[in-house]
Design a binder for this molecule. Sequence first.
Ligand SMILES: [Fe+2]
Length: 196
Amino acid sequence: MYTRPKALQDFVDATGAAFCSDARPVAVREFSKRVFALLTRESDNGIRHGARFPACKYLDNALEQLTDDRSDLGAVARSIKPLESFVGWQRRTSGENGSVDYIDKHVNGMIIGPGGMESRYDVQVGFSLLAPATRYPDHRHPPEEAYLLLTDGEFKQADGPWFSPGVGGGLYNMSNILHAMKSTDAPFLAMWCLLT
Ligand SMILES: [Fe+2]
């Protein structure tokens, strides 16, 4: 029987607290409460996607600024590093308007969800990591999703303008809304959670 490792439970606790905090927009925290409620049940199908990609090298730099941070964001950042060798890595190769070299300059890290450290199909929790000056392609997906930024970065929803939620800012994407994100001149790291 599967038992969730302590380091992963620490990540779930830290990330759940940050997503569901009163400091986040109401749509983010209400949605996130539904996601993290499902994570009281442990479940893993054993599928792993451990192969790394070039953009994985930006993780340390993106986490660095929060190493000594005493807020809930620092707790999230510190809980990620011990899991690094168990993250399920994947890249998006479809979508419009991504920067020319975006495939090599981004990676998505699945911590909970298909191919992640706790591989399952009902929920996803992980992060997107972008190299400096990288635009992720416009994309959409049926699952609802919430983001929480651990670094600066910009987002776009539907045909609205680019906006910058700021470190600790969050946003909620309703089902199938077109959205995209881009980094500044530094690496970008944003956590996400989805109900699938
Ligand atoms: Fe998305």
